[in-house]
Design a protein around this ligand. Structure first.
Ligand code: SAM
Length: 292
């Protein structure tokens, strides 16, 4: 008679706040025979917090090939394994795909234990359309590759979610300012942690913010949907009355003063002419903050 195989549980863990773990995840982590963790030290802290004593084995990008085979051998003889990454959901810009694919090929049950992922967490609070969105993982590092990639992204009309390291954020915002200057975005930083922050605006505005307060910690960029917005190279509603052109920019997150400046510049008319036309529009942005 064939021995029953073990089960591979793909188990999400918090992306910051340790309370963001499901009751089921805690039970599975306590009940499996082994936890395959991207960083055993980090996972041990989580387990200690919840008084879980399951043995750990490392599973990271540098030992994926050999460890996958080793773990499959264990699964085949009935060992239940929970796969966890440093934070969030395994396989989402983290190790996991290889063992999940192989386990499926071997007929080993693969069970999800869902929970946090930075992509969904950021998307849910960015305030942009969520009916269709694209997740692209990390922005490429090289300048040329990054520019080409963001030019492609600029062609897609739907909300787009990107991961970025804090020390590369300013450069990416600069390239975004060049490739899609009119596309609003939300930079979601340190989600679920003490210093959680969401900065919304056009690339140039967000860049100015982070130029003043250097970005620390992990961040996700959510680019708004482009549908219904003018194309990147369009002048701001060149055929549109001045108040509408200003309002349109304000709806994209630009404050009134900057919107007046931008419309004047793009139409080649004095700023005071635009100012006069929009004098009745309150200087309040779309989140209800008064312009300074
Ligand atoms: N597997 C993880 C998930 O499900 O989200 C992603 C791992 S990936 C190696 C790490 C990236 O996720 C970070 O560079 C950042 O872009 C994003 N990230 C993870 N935790 C975050 C947090 N608390 N706040 C903002 N971004 C976060």
């Amino acid at each position: 008679m064939q021995e029953p195989t073990g089960t591979l549980y793909v188990c999400a863990t918090p992306i910051g706040n340790l309370e963001d773990i499901t009751l089921r995840a805690l039970r599975v982590l306590a009940e499996v025979h082994l936890i395959a963790a991207e960083d055993t030290r980090r996972t041990r802290k989580l387990l200690t917090h919840y008084d879980i004593h399951t043995p750990l084995i490392s599973y990271h990008q540098h030992n994926t090939a050999s460890r996958t085979l080793e773990l499959l051998d264990k699964l085949k003889v009935g060992v239940d394994i929970a796969l966890v990454s440093d934070a969030g959901t395994p396989g989402i810009s983290d190790p996991g795909q290889e063992i999940i694919e192989k386990a499926i090929q071997e007929g080993i049950p693969v069970i999800p234990v869902p929970g946090p992922s930075a992509v969904i967490t950021a998307l849910t609070i960015a305030g942009y359309a969520t009916d269709t969105f694209t997740f692209c993982g990390f922005v490429p590092r090289g300048r040329r590759e990054k520019r080409r990639f963001l030019e492609d992204v600029g062609q897609w009309p739907h909300t787009t979610v990107l991961y970025e390291a804090p020390h590369r954020l300013l450069d990416t915002l600069r390239v975004l300012g060049e490739t899609m200057p009119r596309r609003s975005l939300a930079v979601c930083r340190e989600l679920t942690k003490v210093h959680e922050e969401v900065v919304r605006g056009l690339p140039q505005e967000v860049l100015v913010h982070f130029d003043h307060t250097s970005p620390r910690g992990e961040c996700v960029l959510v680019l708004s949907q482009a549908a219904g917005q003018p194309q990147e190279n369009d002048e701001v509603g060149s055929s549109m009355p001045l108040p509408e052109a200003v309002l349109q920019l304000m709806a994209e997150g630009v404050n009134k003063k900057s919107a007046i400046k931008q419309v004047a510049k793009e139409r080649g008319i004095p700023r005071r002419e635009v100012y006069k036309a929009v004098i009745d529009i309150p200087a309040v942005d779309f989140e209800g903050h008064l312009d300074s």
